[in-house]
Design a protein around this ligand. Structure first.
Ligand SMILES: Nc1ncnc2c1ncn2[C@@H]1O[C@H](COP(=O)(O)OP(=O)(O)OP(=O)(O)O)[C@@H](O)[C@H]1O
Length: 258
């Protein structure tokens, strides 16, 4: 059976003003969980904003759900199928968690008859059902992040874009989060997860891309990335070492793979 990419970028060039951050990038996101690794400033958030249809490509083509997205009308149609958790997401401090997630469901055009049940399901999925009435301004960093994840998954999007979703989560919550995204993927959601926490990629992703200077310099399974490890030191994981190899930051000083 042929599986089509959920999202495809062809010859993407993207940037800010005259500054190019991503140039001539080809990338396909398949069903399952895909990890996106890359150093600060590599262009991960820029890529997410493009996939979320917030920033139209400066040049190149974006296809989502097997259809080109070339104008605002097409973007609006696909946006309701995309859940996006930005790195820094905005909210009204006086909203309760329920208000916040309901509001995001409304923005994503979840049918009104489904909004209440979808909100309850999303809050239960992130372990916030018993905190549903708490005000957003009263939440700890980790709880705020979980509220953001609930807002991204409400209404079961087809494509879930999570930009550093595990920042601030305690270890138990990170384990729960990994299980959550694996179960969402089993249920048919394609997940793209950007993170600096390499172990999240090893534990939860089917595929991993490494982005550096706006270019994909490695794609494969986490296992394949780990196999690129050139040397290990006590406490380092092979996946971290493989990632460093790809970035050319491995020690001792050998040639860069990227
Ligand atoms: N709104 C903006 N205006 C101008 N430049 C920007 C803007 N947003 C990002 N940039 C620049 O684009 C480059 C890529 O930024 P981006 O946020 O996409 O990287 P990133 O890989 O997500 O980084 P990090 O891991 O630090 O979040 C950086 O040099 C950044 O300074």
């Amino acid at each position: 059976m042929t599986t089509y990419p959920v999202a495809r970028l062809t010859a993407l060039t993207q940037g800010y003003g005259g500054r190019r951050i991503i140039e001539n990038l080809d990338l396909a996101i398949q069903p399952g969980v895909t990890g996106l690794l890359g150093p600060n400033g590599a262009g991960k958030t820029t890529l997410f904003r493009t996939l979320a249809t917030i920033a139209p490509p400066q040049s190149g083509q974006l296809e989502l759900f097997e259809r080109p997205v070339t104008n605002e009308r097409q973007a609006r149609r696909v946006r309701r199928r995309i859940g996006y958790l930005p790195q820094d997401f905005g909210y009204y401090p006086a909203f309760s968690i329920t208000d916040f997630v309901r509001y995001c469901a409304w923005l994503r055009e979840v049918p009104s008859r489904k909004v209440d049940s979808a909100t309850r399901e999303a809050l239960a999925a992130v372990g916030l059902a018993d905190r549903a009435r708490d005000r957003m301004k009263s939440l700890s960093g980790g709880m705020l992040r979980r509220a953001g994840i609930a807002a991204a998954i409400v209404g079961s999007p087809s494509l879930l874009l999570l930009d550093e979703p595990t920042v601030g989560l305690d270890p138990a919550q990170r384990l729960d989060f990994r299980e959550l995204i694996r179960s969402l993927a089993r249920a048919g959601t394609a997940v793209l997860l950007s993170t600096h926490l390499v172990e999240d990629v090893g534990a939860a992703c089917d595929t991993v891309f490494v982005l550096s200077n706006g270019q994909v310099c490695h794609s494969g399974t986490p296992q394949q990335l780990a196999e690129l490890a050139l040397s290990t030191a006590p406490g380092d994981s092979p996946l971290e070492r493989g990632y460093m190899t790809v970035l050319g930051n491995h020690r001792p000083n050998e040639g860069a793979a990227c």
